[in-house]
Design a protein around this ligand. Structure first.
Ligand SMILES: NC(=O)c1ccc[n+]([C@@H]2O[C@H](COP(=O)([O-])OP(=O)(O)OC[C@H]3O[C@@H](n4cnc5c(N)ncnc54)[C@H](O)[C@@H]3O)[C@@H](O)[C@H]2O)c1
Ligand SMILES: O=P(O)(O)OC[C@H](O)CO
Length: 367
């Protein structure tokens, strides 16, 4: 029987989530016979107390800046040059803040194996000229001409690194590739469900970050749990509508996977977007300033995603159909105050009589 060639894995990114996933992928690669032991991890180089972060990671096996307190497996090797890190990889796991993906893809063009496949863990979109958005996995496929599946879920990096039980969703249309991706990711505490609805999985991961900002504004104003639940529910309804309108053919069932309602909940309670948005209301500082003050180099995705979505909604004249997404964007850029959030959603299009045959208008009886 011919032996199947072992697959080599590269993790493109080494932030908070990149490092947490490196812990899992490194252990799985060393444990499973189908993968090369050595996993490369592209690290955007920076100096920490006069020493290169790559050197610190390779010597101490800890990403002291983005995931302090957690040991990475010794077979995970930090590499500062992305082309060097990716050149031999059969599987490229992309996990950088979404604002950096275009540049990274241009750098990698022509420098990777043509047979490589990608898995994107990146939550966000990119603006397309002329008023649209592009999914990050589509950018990877279009630029690098390789297949790209996605992984999204209720996965706060710190909790995953602590090995607390959670679920995740892989969106992959290729039935041959799906089990390979599942195997490199799954552990007994990190359980994987694979669905074929790739685009919806990715869109859920991006849009929930906008809703998390809304949840943070509500917390900042101490409006309580009922209001926060309303924002989360309206956010979910806008997420579903967004997919329905712009990506028809996706499945409603995808919203009930970890990438949907579960990620929405965890981000609206424990995420960075929520935390910074709460501080935005309480301190009056700008989002950019708070990101710098509070996140030690980690990056917020919600406000930029709100801007990307708004760019598209505006160009299509559809801002009023998505009042929550629109209000959150307007608050982030200072066009509205957080206190105006509730005014924007109290007449939400979701608030209607949902009984077939009933009139939307209250009948007025003349006397
Ligand atoms: N952190 C989480 O809990 C979590 C969980 C699930 C998904 N995600 C998603 O994963 C993606 C990556 O998030 P993260 O938490 O790993 O990153 P992060 O927020 O920790 O971002 C910091 C990373 O960006 C890198 N960086 C800074 N400037 C750069 C540049 N110019 N070019 C390339 N890289 C640069 C830094 O070196 C660092 O590795 C995001 O889309 C995020 O939404 C995050
Ligand atoms: O910390 P956030 O708000 O970027 O959210 C992190 C993850 O996406 C949660 O799954």
């Amino acid at each position: 029987m011919p032996k199947t060639k072992k697959k080599s894995v590269c993790i493109v990114g080494s932030g908070n989530w990149g490092s947490a996933i490196a812990k899992i992928v490194g252990k799985n690669a060393a444990r499973l016979p189908n993968f090369e032991d050595r996993v490369t991890m592209y690290v955007y180089e920076e100096m920490i107390n006069g020493k290169k972060l790559t050197e610190i990671i390779n010597e101490t096996h800890e990403n002291v800046k983005y995931l302090p307190g957690h040991k990475l497996p010794e077979n995970v090797v930090a590499v500062p040059d992305v082309c060097e890190a990716a050149k031999d990889a059969d599987i490229l796991i992309f996990v950088v803040p979404h604002q950096f993906i275009r540049t990274l893809c241009s750098t990698l063009l022509g420098k990777i194996k043509p047979t490589a496949i990608a898995l994107s863990l990146i939550k966000g979109f990119d603006q397309k000229e002329g008023g649209g958005i592009e999914l990050i996995s589509h950018i990877i496929t279009r630029t690098l001409k390789i297949q790209c599946a996605v992984l999204m879920g209720a996965n706060l990096a710190g909790e995953v690194a602590d090995e607390k039980f959670c679920e995740t969703t892989i969106g992959c249309r290729d039935s041959h590739l799906a089990p390979i991706l599942r195997d490199i990711i799954q552990t007994d505490y990190f359980r994987v469900v694979v669905v074929d609805d790739e685009d919806a999985v990715e869109i859920c991961g991006a849009l929930k970050n906008i809703v998390a900002c809304g949840a943070g504004f509500v917390d900042g104003m101490s409006l309580g749990d009922n209001t926060k639940a309303a924002v989360i529910r309206l956010g979910l309804m806008e997420m579903i509508k967004f997919v329905d309108v712009f990506y028809p053919g996706c499945k409603l069932s995808t919203f009930f996977e970890s990438c949907g309602v579960a990620d929405l909940i965890t981000t609206c309670y424990g995420g960075r977007n929520r935390k910074v948005s709460e501080a935005f209301v309480k301190t009056g500082k700008s989002i950019a300033e708070l990101e710098g003050d509070m996140l030690n180099g980690q990056k917020l995705q919600g406000p930029i995603t709100a801007e990307e979505v708004n760019y598209m909604l505006k160009s299509k004249g559809m801002e009023d159909k998505f009042p929550l997404f629109t209000a959150i964007h307007d608050i982030c850029v200072g066009k509205l105050t957080a206190q105006q959030l509730i005014d924007c959603i109290k007449n939400h299009p979701e608030h209607m009589v949902k009984i077939e045959g009933a009139s939307e208008q209250t009948d007025v009886v003349d006397d």
